[in-house]
Design a protein around this ligand. Structure first.
Ligand code: CA
Length: 233
């Protein structure tokens, strides 16, 4: 079975010809698709349709693509939804902003539908390979985490971590390559009933970097949003 089987893609774009073209190619490859033609509709459809991946155009009426991306990422239910952003060549600086705001990949217009579908498949494949919750072991360079033993080693040397530092690192390792907002990290590690502020996350990230120097450059701050552990491949 290919990556396409049964997967539902939400296409968010106001240009009808592009929507139809992309839909046609997705269908041909065995994907299901739903569409939204404005930012407001997009936010609604993300909730209602629970797509497996979204193709998000940057230029949209009402809310633009960046705002849609930000809202999707800030909601814990959809924080990890894969997003491919469509941008125009003239908007290169927006492309960078798009990736900073948490798109997983982007395709520049004009694009070939085949190339777009290839990106969709590649992204879904990459995420399928991601370690699952409760994995026995996480490896990241010289770092190894064994959740069952609550153990983290760096070059075979055990590094003592507090429970929260451990939880935070596990979440980052499991979702490496993805942008995680402070709210999402706070909910995942401290829980919904925690009353602290998102600054707590910053403090713990700093401590993790002090204890594990290889994370210094590997955990990057994503402007106004949160953090990402670089994918080590
Ligand atoms: Ca558009």
């Amino acid at each position: 079975m290919g990556t396409a089987t049964g997967k539902k893609i939400l296409i968010i774009e106001d240009e009808q010809d592009i929507v139809q073209l992309v839909q046609h190619y997705l269908q041909k490859e065995g994907f299901r698709s739903v569409t939204a033609t404005s930012g407001i509709e997009a936010v609604k459809k993300v909730k209602e349709e629970k797509p497996d991946l979204i193709i998000l155009d940057l230029m949209l009426p009402e809310l633009d693509g960046l705002e849609v991306c930000k809202r999707v990422r800030s909601n814990p239910d959809t924080a990890l939804l894969p997003i491919i952003m469509l941008t125009a060549k003239a908007e290169e600086s927006d492309t960078i902003v798009g990736l900073e705001l948490g798109a997983d990949d982007y395709v520049t217009k004009p694009f070939s539908p085949k190339a777009l579908i290839a990106r969709v498949k590649a992204l879904l494949r990459r995420l399928d390979r991601a370690p699952s919750s409760g994995a026995e072991l996480y490896q990241y360079g010289a770092l190894t985490m064994t959740p069952a033993r609550h153990e983290v080693t760096l070059e075979q040397q055990e590094i003592p971590l507090t429970a929260k530092e451990f939880g935070l690192l596990e979440h980052l390792l499991r979702h490496r390559g993805r942008v995680l907002t402070r709210e999402v990290l706070l909910n995942a590690v401290w829980g919904y009933d925690y009353y602290g502020t998102t600054r707590t996350v910053d403090v713990h990230i700093r401590r993790l970097k002090q204890k594990l120097p290889l994370l210094e450059d590997a955990i990057v701050a994503v402007k106004s949003l949160g953090y990402k552990l670089k994918d080590s491949d």
